[in-house]
Design a protein around this ligand. Structure first.
Ligand SMILES: [Zn+2]
Length: 234
């Protein structure tokens, strides 16, 4: 019975995770365009035509349209479908390897980080309330001992001072790195930041060397870290 229940959750959880990923990216896009209330259904970013139900189905909609808008044929970013597939695969792996709680704590953490990444990508700034939600999500993964909180507080203050005089990082980047420590510890944070820096360097080879938001790289770094450690997250 327990095995059947576990198998059922392993099959159903990824579907929910994919739908939540699609919803998070849609809400983040709408937040940045202030159309969260006045647009009842999503529209094409280019021609502004309202999308039909099948175009809104995660992964399936993108594949059926062959990555282009059904009306104006402008390319739809593959980012959406890649993130949905990645989160779906990760949820499957986590469901098979860890508990239901840890699976969804990790996925919820990634989804909040994805919302921050999408907003930062468009606005190069993030609302503080989302950092607070990310912190709460991190606390469902791990509760650091009291002495570690003291250490984190000192690092945060020193980091803020350094960034005040040498703004090498953007709004919220340091906060998110500290939240990584709360979620998985110092070694994990170092690994995620290193992966993110490598991904940022690779991305900048193919784009303009202007100041780019770093949270999208932190999100991709965190996703890569989760895949690399999917069997050792316990
Ligand atoms: Zn269109």
């Amino acid at each position: 019975m327990l095995f059947i229940m576990s198998l059922f959750l392993s099959l159903v959880s990824p579907l929910y995770a994919i739908v939540f990923t699609s919803t998070v990216m849609c809400l983040a896009d709408r937040l940045t365009t202030s159309s969260i209330i006045d647009t009842p259904r999503s529209v094409c970013d280019h021609c502004r035509r309202q999308l039909t139900w099948w175009q809104l189905v995660p992964i399936f909609g993108w594949l059926c349209q062959r990555g282009r808008c059904h009306f104006c044929h402008v390319a739809i970013s593959a980012r959406y479908v890649l993130y949905e597939i990645s989160i779906g695969i990760l949820t499957t792996c986590l469901s098979l390897r860890t508990s239901f709680h840890l699976t969804w704590a990790t996925i919820c953490f990634l989804l909040v980080l994805l919302a921050l990444a999408e907003i930062d990508r468009i606005m190069t700034s993030v609302p503080t309330v989302l950092n607070v939600i990310l912190l709460l999500a991190a606390l469902t993964l791990r509760q650091p001992p009291l002495r570690e909180w003291g250490c984190l507080f000192v690092v945060f203050i020193l980091g803020q001072l350094v960034l005040h005089y040498h703004p090498v990082l953007g709004n919220g980047d340091l906060d998110i790195m500290i939240i990584f420590v709360i979620a998985w510890g110092w070694l994990a944070m170092t690994q995620i930041v290193l992966i993110s820096c490598v991904l940022a360097l690779l991305r900048q080879r193919h784009s303009q060397p202007l100041q780019q938001p770093f949270i999208p790289d932190l999100w991709r770094g965190c996703l890569t870290f989760c895949f690399l450690h999917v069997f050792t997250l316990i």
